[in-house]
Design a protein around this ligand. Structure first.
Ligand code: NI
Ligand code: MN
Length: 229
């Protein structure tokens, strides 16, 4: 089974296994680097890692237009149901797994904050282990480096998507350490170059990965896709 992974800029990713479209942290209309607007992106499932505006901005619009299922931490899922009339939500929490039509999702820890754009409590930030068929993707989402990433080593991660922007999340050097903790086959950078404070040189990052880890670095431009065979 092949999985198409498309970077829509910032921390927004679209996973397509041919039958299901799974969107992560849609931030499109106000993103300076997004190649598409929210009205142009369809999804069956929307995963939301935490409450910050650069991860939740277009969730409700896409969920309500596509009748998509929103999967998020409990407080974030409740906020979409109550404040934005999202009909299909599943709230979960760190360490929990969920079986879905495409496979399963496990919410993993993240060291980060989580407040909704209106100031409401957003619970704790998380990441996602997404299993589709025999493929496993790990989205660290907004987080610092933490040593318990080593607990995911035995999951057989095909692709790890790690933030490299620094300032709000881990930076390039810590992401190389994270790559070694996780031991994925491939690693893709995210959450960088959206704005000047998180500018990074992705080619320099790729060189650091080649020199310091065994995973293959895969650098995409916003709008580009990578196929995991
Ligand atoms: Ni954040
Ligand atoms: Mn963020």
């Amino acid at each position: 089974m092949s999985i198409e992974l498309t970077w829509l800029g910032h921390a927004t990713w679209l996973i397509n296994d041919g039958n299901h479209r799974i969107l992560l942290d849609p931030f499109l209309n106000d993103s300076p680097t997004a190649p598409q607007k929210a009205s142009e992106v369809d999804a069956d499932f929307i995963l939301v890692s935490h409450g910050h505006f650069d991860h939740v901005a277009d969730v409700a619009e896409i969920a309500n237009r596509c009748d998509a299922m929103v999967i998020a931490g409990f407080e974030v899922a409740e906020w979409f149901a109550n404040q934005h009339d999202v009909k299909k939500t599943i709230g979960m929490n760190i360490g929990g797994s969920l079986s879905l039509s495409f496979g399963s999702v496990k919410m993993t820890p993240a060291i980060h904050s989580s407040q909704m754009p209106d100031g409401a409590y957003g619970g704790v930030a998380g990441g996602f282990l997404v299993m589709l068929g025999d493929r496993t993707l790990y989205f660290a989402c907004d987080t610092a480096l933490f040593s318990d990433m080593q607990l995911l080593r035995d999951k057989g991660i095909d692709a790890a998507i790690l933030p490299i922007g620094d300032l709000f999340t881990m930076g390039p050097r810590d992401s190389v350490t994270a790559t070694n903790y996780l031991n994925p086959k491939q690693v893709l950078p995210t959450h960088y170059n959206t704005w000047p404070p998180i500018e990074q040189n992705a080619e320099n990052w790729a060189e650091m990965v080649r020199a310091g880890a065994t995973a293959e670095p895969v650098v995409l431009q916003p709008g580009q896709s990578h196929v995991i065979e």
